[in-house]
Design a protein. Structure first.
Length: 90
């Protein structure tokens, strides 16, 4: 975690590929914060009761209630890989 980070961000997904390419990650990636990718079916049941770890609340990046960081965006944050929609070359 970054020193100024106030939340632990996570994203539930069916598999690694779909979680990595989720558009919900774009908001948090702008700030360069790490996101836990939870792809095991039991993770959703775990998060019903687990709402924070130590003093850090767990925040799902796919919800409308996501609290965005109040710090300015880091210009050094590297964008994630993007899918391209290229037609096959003949």
């Amino acid at each position: 975690m970054k020193p100024d980070q106030k939340h632990i961000y996570y994203l539930l997904g069916d598999d690694d590929r779909s979680a990595l390419h989720s558009p919900h990650l774009d908001v948090v990636r702008r700030y360069g914060y790490p996101v836990l990718l939870l792809t095991d079916p039991v993770d959703a049941f775990l998060l019903v009761r687990l709402t924070q770890y130590k003093d850090f609340p767990l925040s799902n990046v796919a919800t409308a209630e996501l609290r965005c960081p109040s710090t300015p965006r880091s210009r050094k944050a590297k964008p994630g890989r993007r899918l391209t929609n290229r037609a096959p070359q003949a």
